[in-house]
Write a protein that binds this ligand. Sequence first.
Ligand SMILES: *Cc1c(COP(=O)(O)O)cnc(C)c1O
Length: 308
Amino acid sequence: MVLHIETPLLESGAMAPRPGQSVWLKMEALQPAGSFKLRGIGHACEQYAARGARRFVSSSGGNAGIAAAHAGRRLGVPVTVVVPESSSPRARALIAREGAEVIVHGATFQEANAQAQSLLVEHDAFIHPFDDPLLWDGHATMMDEVDRAGVKPDVVVLSVGGGGLLCGVVEGLHRNGWGTVPVIAVETVGADAYARSLQAGQRVELPAITSIATSLGARKVSEQAFELARRHPIESVVVSDREAVEACLRFMDDHRVVVEPACGAALALAYRAGERLAAFDKVLVIVCGGVTATVAQLQTWGRELPTN
Ligand SMILES: *Cc1c(COP(=O)(O)O)cnc(C)c1O
């Protein structure tokens, strides 16, 4: 059973490219459960269920938890999600709405995650938000769809949290014969574990996440995401929270779709297609989506975040 849908691939007239340049949007925001996460997590859950898993356990108070809850409901497998006290009431409600058990435990993600691990019994499958080859395999299907649509990108722009999306897209590029197509990996200031790791030449753990783009808030990227930069052309870019939020607000007007600042990070770069991406004729942007920010919240950030 495939839980994700084939998403539209739209050409954006609004991202103001120079003549001869086109910007393509892979609309993962339209996935059931609201983000690309359903591709990988849906695939992993389906595989674990086939191997006999009787429960899925997650510790994500964001889109990964929502995707796991959604996958469990569709597959008829119970789901438990342990979230920290800092998780938003909205995210908790969205997880519960998918029928999952929500346990609030601990002040931080680390504590919630430890609690989730301690709950694991035989026949439980732990659903990691980004570090699992099954996830990458599932995420890679978005590139299979781009290939089938007949659009060969010259560059791919995407957001990076723990690096699951990055690993999946690079896997998808390679399996479609596009192993030389560069990827631009975008983060926000304060959630820039990937940028700092590439700079340092080793994986860096951030002391804390200070960005509002909480879905990019892995303090440390996966080993695989870090290692990939040695085997594939990957460039890292960091934008401010304000740029990410402004890109979300602009995207709402231009494309009539609401996304989180985590996704706005990649969009912010795409809105500079004329400058930063000027060398590329065909730009593919992964519109990764995310459901944890409301329109009202985006507007409040738009008013209150410092200008840079
Ligand atoms: C999870 C998520 C990301 C980051 O994905 P990683 O696989 O952790 O790099 C970006 N945007 C949204 C909306 C997400 O849900």
